[in-house]
Design a binder for this molecule. Structure first.
Ligand code: ADP
Length: 157
């Protein structure tokens, strides 16, 4: 069985992230969505909220998708999941620069890791979690960009 880890902030999960999960499932048997944390920036409550929204947004994929938080080195985490494959999504050339830097760093730490960069559907190429938070914070309608569970979450804030 082939497993790939999809790491990110997912703050919150968007239809763009979902699109990458769906594409990754065409290449791998299972996708582990790994939500990164940083001890000083992310209180545990924020992480559990993000995990719960990801699980709801990806429920349609059943047990082919697992969602969990991680706070160790990505390469160590990926090994602990019994794989050496990482998937990331690409929207623009600036994403490419950022991803390439991350890959270079991680390849120095573990040269056996393989990275799969999947371009998103054109429909979501402008979409980011930051924009979603901004629009929701100003009372705008985000339903076109995220799962209904995420809409509901922001409507209660
Ligand atoms: P990070 O802070 O690690 O970049 P994100 O949650 O912002 O975490 O993104 C995780 C991954 O998902 C990254 O590879 C990013 O390029 C990708 N991604 C984010 N939004 C989209 C989108 N709209 N379409 C495709 N990929 C996306």
């Amino acid at each position: 069985m082939t497993i790939v880890v999809y790491p990110g902030s997912f703050n919150p999960i968007t239809n763009g992230h979902r699109d990458i999960v769906e594409r990754a499932l065409r290449l791998f048997d299972r996708v582990v969505v790994a939500i990164g944390t940083s001890a000083d920036k992310d209180p545990a409550s924020f992480l559990s909220g993000r995990i719960s929204l990801c699980r709801q947004a990806l429920a349609e994929f059943g047990d082919r998708v697992e969602v969990e938080g991680f706070n160790n080195l990505l390469v160590d985490y990926v090994r602990s999941k019994g794989t050496r494959f990482v998937v990331r999504g690409l929207r623009t050339m600036s994403d490419f620069d950022y991803e390439f830097q991350m890959i270079e760093m991680n390849q120095t730490l573990d040269s056996d890791m393989e990275y799969v960069l999947l371009p998103t559907s054109r429909q979501w190429s402008f979409l980011s979690s930051t924009r979603v938070r901004e629009i929701a914070g100003l009372g705008g309608d985000i339903s076109e960009f995220v799962h209904p569970a995420v809409v509901e979450h922001f409507s209660k804030l």
